[in-house]
Design a protein. Structure first.
Length: 289
């Protein structure tokens, strides 16, 4: 199933997307955040079968989730081609050898915007705005120290994300990435959450276009550390909660690693696409800090 949050007649609702329509479900079922935490997916499925559908072009899709347990969890350097393309370009963070364990960091939840919302661009904050197309994983069941063999039991579904980053800020704060990843209203998420039973993860194709030019193109099976390993290592001694969002890393092709470097600017249109999960389209629009 594809589960989306949308504004219809000025009210935020959630529903089930079927082709170019959405079944907007009764408010009594709560929000999509509630469904993930409460495990009421069967009720949603049953309700969608008896609910009239509305054309998708009559609603405004929002970010699927709006209530976060914590920061958005993220994975760095999870495609070896991306790790290698940045050698010598990490501005004081080289030399770095290939990690033997996943590299985790977080970004603030106020970064999250909808699938077609404007990215809040402010050139006074940073001169190095970059794109990172990623698959976002949504946890559907609490767990701590989850073994790899059980990892998929804790996955609710997947959606598309763009981890828009400010590279100079990312390097400027002691090597910690939080600041350069946490500018408000800069991370598109959506367009809906596709439940894990409907996803062939290894076959997902991740792409990013800027102003119509293809910049990133890879398959999820190229990840350095697979989903099972990410969940097992992240949850080791640390409880993951239903509703947590984990970005699984970006492939090669980022602007910072190009020669010459290419960064985002006001007015640029960024399209982030993952086969089977949907597409985000976002324009950078100036908004002063």
């Amino acid at each position: 199933m594809k589960l989306a949050s949308a504004y219809y007649e000025g009210v935020r609702r959630f529903g089930v997307v079927v082709e170019d329509e959405i079944a907007l479900l009764p408010p009594a079922l709560g929000t999509l955040d509630d469904v993930i935490r409460d495990g009421t997916l069967d009720e949603v499925r049953a309700a969608s079968e008896r609910t009239p559908h509305v054309p998708l072009n009559e609603v405004r899709l929002a970010a699927p989730l709006q209530r976060f347990n914590r920061d958005v969890l993220c994975t760095g350097w999870n495609y070896w081609d991306h790790f290698e393309e940045s050698r010598g370009k990490r501005e004081g963070q080289d030399p770095v050898e290939r990690p033997r364990h996943p590299t985790f960091f977080t970004k603030g939840p106020d970064t999250v915007i909808g699938p077609y919302d404007d990215i809040a661009y402010d050139g006074s904050l940073s001169s190095k705005w970059d794109y990172e197309a990623e698959v976002a994983l949504v946890i559907g069941r609490d767990g701590r120290s989850i073994p790899e063999s059980s990892a998929w039991q804790h996955v609710f579904g997947f959606c598309v994300a763009n981890d828009v980053s400010q590279r100079d800020l990312q390097r400027a704060h002691g090597g910690q990435w939080l600041k350069g990843k946490s500018i408000d209203a800069t991370m598109p998420l959506g367009p809906w959450i596709t439940t894990s039973d409907a996803v062939d993860f290894a076959g997902l194709r991740i792409q990013c276009e800027v102003n119509g030019e293809l910049r990133q193109d890879a398959l999820a099976k190229q990840m350095a550390f697979p989903v099972e390993r990410l969940i097992a290592e992240l949850s080791s001694g640390m409880t993951l909660r239903a509703g947590d969002v984990l970005l699984t890393g970006t492939p090669s092709g980022i602007g910072n690693a190009r020669d010459p470097q290419v960064f985002l600017a006001e007015g640029d249109v960024v399209v982030t696409r993952v086969s089977g999960l949907g597409e985000l389209t976002n324009r950078l629009v100036s908004r002063a800090a």
